[in-house]
Ligand binder design. Structure first.
Ligand code: SF4
Ligand code: SF4
Ligand code: SF4
Length: 360
């Protein structure tokens, strides 16, 4: 149970009221750029509130990464509300632990998330035509057709770590729940009356079970697919080495990526020697090494948001692979990325005794 309220008008007006009332000085929220196209926007109190689209079912960038862009060095100096999906909040928490973001002065408004469509749908079609079918599925507590594969299998779509939660699944009208002192402070500043209520509906809980079952199936089939070197070769064989997948990943934050360093600028002789030895050489080289390296760097923190898969021009199921590998690695370390600021990052935590079975 929590303090809850029905959204008085529409969700956009509710968010705009946070600015109008002076409860916050800025709002970060997806906003229409043009017909059917959205992007995250940071809107000041005197900025335009037209076209706020918190529920628009696309993720042009992982919002956790966007927040990190303006809080890397220092916290924001005034109150800012940020509207984020659960995997964006979890990415943000990981980025705070990686010293790439600050949470002070932020009010996190978490969306109960029905998933997002691949970006291709937004660029090729008029996005808002999907809105009604999407919301209709959520009202019925179903997975909307055509959302990203990792969203179909996402059992973490109910936000954690948020001050305010917007619940939409199984409801005709969105409900807001104020979960923290900071959240309640916002409710009082905009003069919203709250009452005791459940944060999520029974339909949402049923969807959780359905998605958990989808996840089990996805992990099982992907594990089979990527078995051994041959399996990796089949999945990543089409990779053209563009590194789009790491560029859009909220967790791959390094400014100078090792895989783009001079280490991989080989002498011409090195190519000819390899050609002589193998008979033929696949270029660009090191594509599998890149994926294995990326996995070792960030599998413990992968929040399975799907950005990498969306950005892949070759249709490689990158996020499904990372979700599968990440699930195993995270289980080994008993770590769930983004669950808590207090949980230490496995790769930077020294434990004198662990994995003793490896030595046996
Ligand atoms: S993975 Fe998909 S369903 Fe899960 S929180 Fe992210 S966008 Fe929503
Ligand atoms: S590896 Fe892919 S799924 Fe995982 S956090 Fe990065 S972009 Fe998201
Ligand atoms: S985005 Fe796709 S093609 Fe580009 S490096 Fe990643 S897996 Fe390879």
């Amino acid at each position: 149970m929590a303090r809850t309220a029905e959204v008085p008008q529409d969700l956009g007006s509710f968010l705009a009221s946070l600015l109008e009332s002076g409860a916050v000085d800025a709002l970060m929220c997806p906003k229409f750029l043009s017909e059917g196209k959205v992007a995250h926007a940071l809107i000041p109190r005197n900025g335009s509130r037209e076209g706020l689209a918190p529920l628009f079912p696309f993720m042009p960038a992982n919002g956790g990464r966007v927040v990190s862009r303006f809080t890397t060095e220092d916290p924001v100096d005034r109150p800012v509300a940020v509207v984020l999906r659960p995997c964006e909040i979890r990415a943000l928490v990981e980025l705070v632990k990686l010293e790439q973001a600050h949470l002070e002065n932020l009010y996190i408004i978490g969306l109960e998330c029905g998933g997002v469509y691949p970006m291709e749908k937004m660029t090729k079609e008029k996005g808002e035509t999907h809105g009604e079918a999407y919301l209709d599925a959520l009202r019925k507590g179903q997975v909307p057709q055509g959302v990203r594969e990792v969203c179909r299998a996402c059992d973490l779509f109910q936000p954690t770590g948020a001050d305010v939660v917007i619940s939409i699944i199984g409801r005709d009208k969105p409900q807001v729940a104020f979960l923290t002192e900071k959240g309640l402070e916002l409710a009082s500043k905009i003069g919203l009356e709250t009452q005791e209520g459940e944060v999520f509906t029974p339909q949402s809980q049923a969807l959780l079970e359905a998605k958990a079952a989808n996840k089990t199936k996805l992990l099982e089939s992907m594990k089979e697919r990527i078995k051994g070197y041959q399996g990796l070769l089949e999945v990543f064989g089409k990779c053209i080495g563009c590194h789009n997948c790491s560029k859009v990943c909220p967790i791959c934050y390094c400014k100078d990526c090792f895989f783009e360093s001079a280490t991989f600028d080989y002498e011409p002789l090195s190519y000819t020697q390899r050609v002589d030895k193998k008979g033929a050489l696949r270029v660009p080289m090191d594509t599998i090494l890149f994926h294995l390296g990326r996995m070792t760097h960030m599998a413990t923190s992968c929040v399975a948001c799907g950005m990498c898969e969306d950005a892949c021009p070759m249709g490689i199921p990158v996020a499904q692979v990372f979700k599968t590998v990440g699930a195993d690695v995270q289980e080994l370390f008993e770590y769930l990325p983004g669950r808590s600021l207090q949980e230490e990052l496995p790769l930077t935590t020294y434990r004198p005794v662990e994995f003793t079975e490896v030595e046996e």
